[in-house]
Write a protein that binds this ligand. Structure first.
Ligand code: BGC
Length: 262
């Protein structure tokens, strides 16, 4: 006997895809994200970051990346500066025209889709603490990204304190990222040993201030972690390489968009 199904409202479960875009100093890359697994759902599309990286040009490049896919859901975007309520507040390594902009509003309008914007290291941190090297770790976790600058994402029991900007701590009288980022390694022609000495000094400073149990090292240079992690001194915190590497920003941006549009 067949039971009548009329009383049941069979809800169509529509899985809205969420898209992540990582806006960096040299490239803008994006892809739809499989949020359950924390991986890209399709191969990412990348365009070069316009130079100068003025807001209008960057927004056009982002539109090109998103339009490459047939995407209709929310979009999360990273930005390499402080972002509060979708407004970009600083721009250490990108065009100063971003300072004080309603970036989320700009992207929403340009893409005609729901959009959220967050700091690039915070996005990478969300991805790493959920799906990568910081998965399941309680207590204080610090995710640091070494690239053009140094980005930081601080977590206490899995909760992010956004916009910590620890790359701008003072180290030997200088902005720390000017001494210890991977761009500083290139700029000053440092070998791995010399650079890891600088990274050690920097880690001493953040460890003194925050006593993390775990430090996750991300950013482009984390691909070469065998070259420098073994050179670092033993310290209180465990220091491990990031696992999501290049995709952490895209995955974390999509996670933030999914949370915001829940
Ligand atoms: C910016 C941060 C950013 C980091 C990595 C720093 O210069 O101030 O907001 O997370 O670079 O891109």
């Amino acid at each position: 006997m067949h039971r009548p199904v009329d009383n049941f409202s069979v809800e169509a479960v529509v899985m809205t895809a969420v898209f992540g875009v990582d806006i960096g100093g040299s490239g803008i890359k994006g892809a739809p994200v499989d949020l359950a697994r924390g991986v890209l759902a399709q191969e990412r599309h990348k365009v070069l970051t316009p130079q100068p990286s003025a807001p209008e040009a960057v927004v056009a490049a982002v539109r090109e990346v998103v339009r490459h896919f047939d995407h209709q859901g929310p979009v999360g975007l990273t930005f390499p500066g402080v972002v509060v309520d979708g407004h970009t507040r600083t721009a250490a390594n990108v065009d100063k025209g971003w300072v004080g902009l309603d970036a989320a509003g700009l992207f929403r309008e340009a893409l005609d889709l729901p959009a959220v914007v967050l700091n690039d290291a915070d996005a990478a941190g969300l991805a790493e603490t959920t799906h990568g090297a910081g998965r399941g770790q309680q207590g204080v976790v610090l995710v640091l990204t070494f690239g053009t600058g140094i980005g930081s994402a601080l977590f206490a029991d899995g909760v992010l304190v956004p916009n910590t900007e620890l790359g701008h701590l003072e180290l030997r009288g200088k902005d720390a990222e000017r001494r210890a980022s991977s761009a500083a390694k290139e700029r000053h022609g440092l070998d791995w040993e010399q650079w890891s000495g600088r990274v050690d000094e920097y880690l001493d400073l953040v460890e003194m201030l925050f006593s993390p149990q775990l430090i996750v090292i991300g950013g482009g240079v984390s691909r070469k972690h065998e070259k420098f992690l073994p050179l670092l001194r033993e310290r209180g915190a465990r220091v491990v390489p990031a696992e999501l590497r290049n995709d952490a920003g895209i995955v974390g941006a999509a996670m933030a968009a999914a949370r915001a549009t829940d």
